[in-house]
Design a protein around this ligand. Sequence first.
Ligand code: SF4
Length: 350
Amino acid sequence: MAAPRAKAIGMISGGLDSTLALKLIQDQGVEVKAINFYTGFCITETQRRLGGRSRDGKIPRNEALRAGADLGVEVELVDISASGYLDIVANPRYGYGANANPCVDCRIFMMAEARKIMEREGADFVFTGEVLGQRPKSQRRDTLALIEKQSGLSGRLLRPLSAKLLPPTLAEQEGKVDRERLLGISGRGRKDQIELAARLGVTDYPQPAGGCCFLTDEAFGRKFHDLLDHRDVRKIERDEIVLLATGRHFRIAERVKLVVGRTEGENLVLERFADGRRWRLDTPAHLGPLALVEGEPDYDQRVLASRIVARYGKGRSEDTVQVRWTRGDEEDAFEVPPLGEDAGLEAIRV
Ligand code: SF4
């Protein structure tokens, strides 16, 4: 009697590495169910959900769904943004990378979720497109082992692109996957993967975009740390992620922050956050940005915030500009000279 077909859960982003991993496992006759995590910090997915466009003006596509469709594999989108994921982002046990990216904790969290799906689906193992040594912290040999152990996937986490450089997994030991047909790629280069893609007939894959996660973005990281460093409790809400990715941010005082829209699209996003919990600022007599103030500013801080908002509107060369403040039923207005060029704005810019 033929051995039952092995089943695997593939974590895919739709990037080249995970697409190749998927293809390698699929070509061994393994039944694959692919999963793609939405963390709330995915740049293109957030743009898609806001109906926005990427830098090249196109509506961003979900690469994981595209890759799954290309290879004829079902893809489940798993939204972890509302789960305990935000707690580990705010309080990572293994710390942050260069910016606000807690990659080790993030991977452990995702792999643990993948393990639950593996168990639910009766699958034999989980695989990823990770490449040994490709990322400085989260893809070191010791970190890959740590992630495997902490996620409860010991022996059941296969990295097909680097498998020959790593200890054999149970699926390899049990003959469910032929180790000889897996690879031994390591390092940051992409040459091996590009050659492999050509060999396997994988032609449609995104160019590395230099990070698809807000948490690895330097400017976002600054705003993220500024926000949490000014809170009594390190906690971030789901909707604050979009706010952190929108507008110019200024730290007016320890507990007062100003966010100024840079484009019409950003003004529309900020409008959604003017919900009675934050002050909404605009300049009724001039075209200009919409801005939000969080906290309880005193008089001087209100004047400063108003002058900054006036500076970014069409009234910037007027002697004074009126800035209107509204929050629920509260209203206020300030007639202020727009802040000048050399006003030390950069010192308070987050
Ligand atoms: S870049 Fe790091 S923090 Fe962002 S999704 Fe990937 S592993 Fe997670």
